[in-house]
Design a protein around this ligand. Structure first.
Ligand code: NAD
Length: 491
């Protein structure tokens, strides 16, 4: 059974409740997990609070914390094959993608282990005899909440900077995908993180997660998930003015101009939406194509979408896996129905796959809609599945206008051979992540996060570490003398 890790001990839920964990490619149970609730959340928060307030963890040297993080990165790499397999069985993604995720996670721990020892802070020469220093300190107890689409990778994005900075935490994976999180915490125990510093809470968002978001003893919430959930977390966090980082939904535009290398652009357009079966926050779900090449380019994309090998991620050669659950699959199929009803042209896909062994899992065909207009729901709402909307544009101005016609602002891309146009468009599209002639690279060195309703703050890079620190000014009077303010010591 998959247990929680609280205060350095592996424990079941106080209620004794459990949850069946399934493989979305087969519908079969792969494990059983402890189903934590609000009471378990309070125990985990208390353990993290004690470790922050009473142990020397927040005051350990950066070098010491770095050593633990480097050790953890090595352990993740040593067990990479096993963790990748677990991730594929629990999440459904192709094994090669899961292997990438595991290596990325190790790299993220290494990056923050390196970064925490680098110079930081400022010194200011102030007027008179004052010297000012700015230092960074840990925030305290952090609640870290992640979704199911990149379970291990999202864990690393949050745990690495949080622990590097000297915080303690309660980490809650999505209730559907706890498997690699449990393995990660076993490796953290082996690496030597002290009890209570990092706690693993399993269970649902509306019980365990909501308690983390609201609890007065939690100082910060770093949340990745849907925008509606994020709004609720923000409200719950208002009680004690928690520090907040939110990585939320997206509806990213991928703009293809007629002067692009269309073969390359078509490959990226396809991986932009169908990677991880479209369950990617930065998915290029709105493809905007210049009208002079629209028909030709759409044909190229459709031809490629039809060739994608869909199947169980454990089978060699599979390029797209299932959706995470039956409920999510039904939501995606609902959007496909809405697209048809609203008059978009279904060019390929559109159905659940019900042939052979795939019938047992939650597979949806790679789906492409043409002639999509900006008023349609499939243009406006995040589907989080393998559904691409293609829209025609006239010129640069029109492309930028369409790209910005969204409540979201996470990512975007442009494909063109005109460097000036690429730069102009990159500066005008209102998103936190923008790619030119490429789609999807997410690198630890670069900040990740959204404009508008795609979030608050940034993860990764130096920004990701800043988000887990408080800034303190310390002013030192080098020559203390009479204050000279009150009548008794005015001369
Ligand atoms: P979700 O919002 O339903 O759940 C995300 C996490 O929040 C889960 O761990 C869940 O248990 C927890 N949760 C749910 N309700 C909660 C509550 N009331 N209080 C506290 N925690 C709660 O999202 P999902 O369906 O798991 O993931 C898909 C969403 O995540 C998509 O919208 C996607 O765009 C977004 N996402 C964003 C990024 C990014 O970097 N911006 C990355 C990955 C996914």
């Amino acid at each position: 059974m998959l247990k929680m890790y609280i205060g350095g001990r592996w424990v079941s839920a106080v209620s004794g409740r459990t949850r069946s964990i399934t493989n979305p490619a087969t519908g079969e149970q792969i494990d059983v997990a402890a189903e934590g609730g609000a009471e378990d959340a309070r125990l985990a928060i208390a353990a993290a609070r004690k470790a922050f307030d009473e142990s020397d963890w927040p005051h350990t040297s950066a070098r010491h914390r770095a050593r633990l993080l480097f050790r953890l990165a090595d352990l993740i790499e040593r067990h990479a094959g096993e963790q990748a397999r677990m991730e594929t069985e629990n999440n459904g993604k192709p094994l090669a993608d899961a292997e990438d995720d595991v290596l990325t996670a190790a790299n993220v721990f290494r990056y923050y282990a390196g970064l925490i020892g680098k110079p930081s802070g400022q010194v200011s020469d102030l007027p008179g005899s004052y010297v000012g220093r700015v230092v960074r300190e840990p925030i305290g107890v952090c609640g870290l909440i992640v979704p199911w689409n990149f379970p291990l990778m999202m864990a690393s994005w949050k745990l690495a900077p949080c622990l590097a900075a000297g915080n303690t935490c309660v980490f809650k994976p999505a209730e559907l995908t706890p498997v690699t999180a449990v393995r990660l915490f076993e490796l953290m125990e082996e690496a030597g993180f002290p009890p209570g510093v990092a706690n693993l809470l399993l269970g649902e968002g509306r019980t365990a997660g909501a308690e983390l978001a609201a609890h007065e003893q939690v100082d910060k919430i770093a949340f990745t998930g849907g925008t509606e959930t994020g709004r609720g977390v923000m409200r719950a966090a208002a009680g004690n003015i928690k520090k907040l980082s939110l990585e939320l939904g997206g509806k990213s535009a991928n703009i293809v101009f007629a002067d692009a290398d269309l073969d390359i652009a078509a490959d990226y357009a396809v991986s932009g939406i169908f990677l991880n079966a479209g369950q990617v926050c930065s998915a290029g779900s709105r493809l905007l194509v210049e009208e002079s090449v629209y028909d030709r380019f759409v044909d190229m994309v459709v031809e490629r979408a039809r060739k994608i090998r869909v199947g169980n991620g454990l089978h060699p050669g599979v390029e797209m896996g299932p959706l995470i659950s039956e409920a999510h699959m039904n939501k995606v199929l609902g959007y496909i129905k809405a697209g048809i009803e609203e008059g978009a042209v279904l060019l390929t896909g559109g159905k659940r796959i019900t042939e052979g062994e795939l019938a047992r899992g939650f597979f949806v065909e790679p789906t492409v809609f043409g002639d999509v207009h900006s008023g349609m729901r499939i243009f406006r709402e995040e589907i989080f599945g393998p559904v691409l909307s293609v829209t025609k544009f006239r010129d640069e101005e029109d492309a930028v206008r369409l790209a910005n016609d969204s409540i979201y602002g996470l990512a975007g891309a442009v494909f063109t051979s005109d460097a000036g146009k690429a730069e102009r468009v990159a500066r005008r599209v209102r998103v936190g992540v923008f790619w030119i002639n490429v789609y999807h690279p997410a690198m630890v060195e670069m900040p990740w996060g959204g404009y508008k309703q795609s979030g608050l703050g940034r993860e990764l890079g130096t920004f990701g570490l800043d988000a887990f620190t408080e800034v303190k000014q310390i002013v030192h009077n080098l020559h203390p003398g009479p204050l000279g303010y009150y009548h008794w010591n005015r001369s």
